[in-house]
Design a protein around this ligand. Structure first.
Ligand code: NAP
Length: 267
């Protein structure tokens, strides 16, 4: 596993398991499988309603807690200082842990700064090891980072080969904020697994289109959290550190950029 160092010195795995839509006993089993396959970053959120199975899966995996990096996100029900304080305690309880590795604000809610105050306090009390944001763009990104006290460690946003957001990545690098991708496979909005250029490049390295798509983001310094419930895909998605895309490969994949969101969240 490759790790990246966040702006507060915390090391974060560059590949993790997305858990949107993983639920119940089957979902818990998928998370255990991922941990046994070598995943050390698990991405959840209050909104997904599955923090409890993430916590339970970690316990049942018998992998020491300190080897695992848990990200969760505060949702709209935490919009406010007191609400966020309560929300953090709720997440800790659901996850059956006494600290969260990375806590994000899920979206730029109008009360984001108040929520963030509660997150900063939790950070100083070591209940949270890093704090950050998600889906913050343009003005709400600029306003937020120029006003908050502790600089966010991460901004988790839509990013895949069709909309990698590399200029925003550059901006975040300048601000010392790590970019993390969600929907690295477009959540099914494009048939990325059949994209001819990804397949062609993959053939050179005996890799799948999925692996090339992930390697492209990783080589651009972006953390990825592909979601899958299939064991063979989990293995495939993490097995991406034994090859390097050439400059020419990177340039060809860059041409897939459509320069617009596939979700219209930021337009
Ligand atoms: N911060 C935010 O607002 C936000 C928004 C969206 C998502 N997220 C996070 O980002 C994670 C990833 O995004 P996502 O779940 O929306 O979508 P995604 O990872 O882009 O795509 C998941 C889809 O790809 C399929 N898949 C995975 N690996 C595959 C492979 N190697 N070959 C073929 N198909 C494969 C999965 O199918 P199977 O499961 O059937 O294998 C699933 O249908 C989420 O789970 C969540 O943790 C965050």
């Amino acid at each position: 596993m490759k790790y990246i160092t966040l702006n507060n010195g915390l090391k974060m795995p560059m590949v993790g398991l997305g858990t949107w839509d993983l639920r119940g006993e089957k979902g818990k089993q998928s998370i255990i499988n991922a941990l046994k396959t070598g995943y050390r970053l698990i991405d959840t959120a209050q909104m997904y309603g599955n923090e409890d199975i993430v916590g339970q899966a970690i316990i049942e995996s018998k992998i020491p807690r300190e080897e695992i990096f848990i990200t969760t996100k505060l949702n709209r029900s935490c919009a406010g200082y007191h609400e966020a304080k309560k929300g953090i305690l709720r997440s800790l309880k659901n996850l059956q842990t006494n600290y969260i590795d990375l806590l994000l604000i899920h979206e730029p809610y109008p009360e984001a700064l108040e929520m963030y105050k509660a997150m900063e306090e939790a950070y100083l009390l070591k209940k949270v090891r890093a704090i950050g944001i998600s889906n913050f763009h343009n003005d709400n990104y600029e306003n937020f980072i120029s006003t908050c006290n502790i600089k966010p460690a991460v901004n988790q946003i839509e990013s895949h080969v069709y909309y990698p957001q590399l200029s925003f990545k550059q901006k975040m690098d300048n601000d010392d904020i790590q970019m993390e991708s969600w929907a690295c496979f477009t959540e099914g909005r494009k048939d990325i697994f059949k994209e001819p250029i990804l397949i062609k490049i993959g053939r050179k390295y005996h890799k799948s289109a999925a692996q090339v798509a992930l390697a492209y983001l990783i080589q651009n310094g972006i953390i990825v959290i592909p979601k899958t419930s299939h064991l063979e895909r989990m293995i495939e998605n993490i097995n991406i550190f034994d090859f390097n895309l050439s400059d020419e490969d990177m340039a060809q994949i860059k041409l897939l950029n459509l320069n617009h969101s596939l979700f219209n969240w930021y337009d």
